[in-house]
Design a protein around this ligand. Sequence first.
Ligand code: HEM
Length: 366
Amino acid sequence: MTISSFLDKVLLREKGDSWSHFWLCYWCDVLYFILCTGKTLSPQVMFHNAASNIICKVLFGTRYEYNDETIKKVVQWFTEMLKIFNGPWALLYNSVPYVSYLPLPFKKAFKNMELYLNFSNGLVNEHKRTRTAGEPRDFVDCYLDELDKQKEDSSFSEEQLRRITLDLYLAGTDSTSNTLLTGFLYLMNHPQVQDRCQQEINRVLDGRDWASFEDRHNMPYVQAVIHEVQRVANTVPLSAFHCSTKDTELMGYDIPKGTLIIQNMESVLREEGQWKFPHEFSPENFLNEQGEFVKPEAFMPFSAGPRMCLGEGLARMELFLMTVTLLRKFKFIWPEDAGEPDFTMIFGVTLTPKPYMMKVQLRSEQ
Ligand code: HEM
């Protein structure tokens, strides 16, 4: 059993679409509410909470109201950790071991990690009290079932379970929400692209309110837009740090065993010669002359190789279903008083667009 096979088990059982719809219904309510009040909205909290709710549903079978104080804190712990992890203080911590004793800003990341582990501890204990063995409701139950079968020297343990939920939460929340935030920033500022997506969505969904993940095969333009968003968003710019396990030669360079390897994702995602328009936002990068969707080899926002993102399937499903469902119901408009859009990103393990506001219009009212 591997972590990805646990994820697949939960996703297949839930068939992906059903719990995304569950989440989206609620989110559309929030947007309707904002429409009624006639205000512009800050999408940051909604996107972060939405991605967080999906991961919570997969891991713990639960979701939280958007104004729930616990989940607000959990989202904040992770957002802070991801900005600290590859910032200057973390680099100092990794290079000069004795600074770890000093009360420097990296301590906050450890503090937040502890807070999350306590939170997940409560949920794991509750699962132990309420589960029926062999009838898993979510990832934690799958793991506990597997734990029952393990022998003494197994690497499975409750401590591992808590840490794995931390890894999955950390890796699966900010990555998706920041990609969506970048996507809607570009869509508002390229209204003709948004409009063409909406025409395709109308045509394919025909009278249906909800898209299914299978619909992507009939939506080459929407697929091209979502992939182009991922290309320009470059959401995990330095991927995860790796280390060479043996002396290696790569393209004439010697890389000794134990060398820290940092991948620069921009080097492929914007590489000249690989893309028709490497430095512009253009869905044409993913369309051939017949208007069909094509994925160039250099598209690797999830990295490559045996340690590439294990949440790719879930992330692609989320990006598609959320984008299509929202574009189906709403038009997203850059507010007149918002000035020029700023596409510069805030650096961290994930790149985050600068906070922005959006205006939302119900499409049936157009
Ligand atoms: C748009 C969304 C996402 C992007 C761009 C993304 C990107 C990445 C990248 C670049 C890596 C590093 C791969 C490497 O080490 O070479 C990674 C690792 C990982 N991702 Fe994602 N990810 C996304 C969403 C998710 C989701 C939703 C999950 C949760 C289920 C997830 C779980 C993981 C895990 C667990 C790893 C570590 C894999 C390992 O070390 O073996 N990711 N991701």
